[in-house]
Unconditional design. Structure first.
Length: 207
């Protein structure tokens, strides 16, 4: 596991078939931060494609039987308008302007995770809408159970260490996604099929 993984301030730029957890706000712990490397994605409101740095986050829902896992991908950017920055600030509070942010601080961190369902045909998708801090009772933050999975944070170089228990992303394992990254296949290589930069607001994860 990397000891530090800082994202520059205001920078511009396994599992598979698991049960579908119920909708609502769940007590969750972040158990994985996985660097997906640069992936070929469509530019916003454009048919053109470009290599974009991508990050995958996964949580264990510790308040449900079976401790289901859910995940979401983000463009790796802390630009003031980026989806990742907005998500993190909902979770832990406003980030300091002009300061780098260490992603490792999210590993093992608890939150209330808002999970919703989407159904397309016969398939059900889980969408992570957002995260918020755990509630306080009498001024003290409510404590949650420890996750059953050891939290991890892996850079693109740590390919073989990616846990196989992580949920698939758009029907493919995280090792497959990392294998199609620019870092691992070269600048001329491209994934077999480009995915939209985001699926709606939250990036649906199929189960």
């Amino acid at each position: 596991m990397a000891k530090t993984w800082k994202v520059p301030a205001r920078s511009g730029n396994g599992g598979g078939a698991l049960e579908v957890p119920e909708e609502g706000n769940h007590t969750a712990v972040c158990v994985a931060l996985i660097d997906l490397g640069h992936q070929l994605r469509r530019k916003y409101q454009s048919a053109e494609e470009e290599w974009q740095p991508m990050l995958y986050l996964a949580w264990e829902l510790v308040d449900l039987d079976g401790r289901p896992l859910v995940g979401r991908d983000f463009k790796l950017s802390l630009h003031e308008k980026s989806g990742l920055r907005h998500f993190i600030e909902q979770w832990i509070g406003k980030l300091a302007d002009g300061a780098d942010f260490d992603l490792i601080s999210l590993a093992g961190r608890a939150c209330l995770l808002n999970v919703v369902h989407e159904t397309k045909g016969e398939r059900t998708f889980v969408r992570i809408e957002g995260a918020s801090p755990l509630p306080k009772v009498k001024g003290k933050v409510v404590q949650c159970e420890a996750p059953s999975h050891e939290p991890c944070a892996l850079t693109i170089e740590e390919h073989e260490q990616v846990p196989l228990w992580l949920p698939y992303l758009y029907g493919r394992s995280l090792r497959e996604w990392r294998g199609t990254s620019r870092e691992r296949r070269g600048k001329a290589a491209a994934p077999a099929a480009a995915v939209e930069e985001e699926v709606g607001a939250g990036g649906s994860i199929p189960f």
